[in-house]
Design a protein around this ligand. Structure first.
Ligand SMILES: [Zn+2]
Ligand SMILES: [Zn+2]
Length: 351
């Protein structure tokens, strides 16, 4: 600063800021931040979610206040090292007063500011609730079994996987159920979105095997764009992984699913084969996995073991499976064709 410099506003001596003002005049003309004294936000009266950047979400009071302040506060371009703190004063269900402290620096001068703003909440029904109220649905899901009716237990197990999926994922407001109920042979549902139906379909096939058929129907038009509805028909196989089935006169174990059908493992000796869903419709479940027992081995010799019959507790002899671990203390059995039969276990295959 050259000799003779002075504040352009009041004529004070240096030190002066870059725009040649003394500290007092500089502070009068500069602020760190500003925020309107009223903020407005929207909440859906039906689901209590708040509108946040064009989406609707569940959010805590603290996060909401933090978000609204950050959305609305403006900082001076010259501000540096800014810190913000706030306290919430609740007035009623629709309004809260926010006490905001801001600290920071401009040209090396420390600034401390306090703002008070009133945040008010208005009602607005979110799109998901609007749709639900209008019984809107975008897809129909039909749960069926291949070749027979789905039992009510099966419906329960299959249906539960939808709740599991919804629990595992981030909430999507369009993932809702409009209606559901029993129909001949299975269970029908109307779902809020096509994506919901498709993600669930993928899960069903991975877990229970089977096939998905999709059909699309035009149900109207919106601004010249066709509105379609998806019908997704899921056919669950009549058997599960681990079940023993009779197929082409032989006994096989359902090993795992692939796209075109299950992989089967022969019970009698080592053989593996892939079969189509269609061919498998001729198979019959002989011993479901839920009717198989893992029992203790009481005695063993080179070809057979003695075990206790899990139903009548008598001691019976069971021939060893084709691959047997001589150190194993247990054996998996199923009652097949009038006698107990050892079932080769999948985990033995890799030993
Ligand atoms: Zn001055
Ligand atoms: Zn809502």
């Amino acid at each position: 600063m050259s000799d003779g410099a002075f504040c352009i506003t009041c004529g004070s001596e240096p030190p002066l800021t870059s725009d040649r003002m003394c500290e007092e005049c500089f502070r009068k003309r500069n602020i760190l931040s500003k925020i309107s004294d009223r903020l407005q936000q929207y909440r859906c009266p039906k689901c209590d979610q708040h509108e946040v950047r064009g989406r609707w979400s569940e959010i805590t009071k603290e996060n909401l206040a933090d978000l609204r302040i950050r959305e609305n506060i403006e900082y001076s371009d010259k501000s540096k090292n800014v810190n913000l703190g706030f306290a919430i004063e609740e007035i009623d269900d629709r309004s809260m007063r926010l006490h905001i402290d801001v600290s920071g620096e401009i040209e090396g001068y420390k600034f401390l500011e306090n703002h008070i703003t009133l945040m008010q909440t208005s009602n607005a029904v979110c799109p998901a609730c609007t749709r639900k109220a209008g019984s809107y649905f975008e897809s129909i899901v039909q749960l069926r079994s291949a070749g027979r009716k789905l039992t009510s237990d099966e419906v329960k197990v299959v249906r539960n996987t939808l709740d599991e999926m919804l629990g595992d994922m981030e909430a999507d407001p369009m993932f809702f159920i409009t209606s559901e109920g029993p129909v001949t042979g299975g269970w029908d549902m109307q779902l809020g979105s096509k994506a919901m139906a498709r993600s669930w379909g993928k899960r069903l096939v991975q877990k229970f095997g089977g096939t998905i058929k999709e059909t699309s129907t035009v149900v109207g038009s919106n601004d010249g764009i066709e509105v379609t509805r998806l019908t997704m028909s899921y056919r669950k196989p009549a058997y599960s992984i681990g079940d023993i089935v009779k197929f082409k006169k032989n006994l096989w174990l359902i090993d795992r699913w692939q796209k075109d059908g299950p992989i089967l493992r022969r019970i009698k000796y080592f053989e593996r084969t892939g079969v189509s869903w269609r061919d498998m419709e001729k198979s019959v479940v002989i011993c479901a996995v839920k009717n198989q027992f893992l029992v203790e081995i009481l005695n063993r010799d080179s070809s057979a073991v003695e075990i206790m019959d899990p139903i009548d507790f008598s001691i019976v002899t069971v021939g060893l499976p084709y691959h047997d671990d001589p150190n194993s203390k247990t054996i998996l059995i199923g009652f097949i064709e009038e006698k107990w039969l050892a079932i080769p276990q999948t985990n033995m295959e890799n030993k």
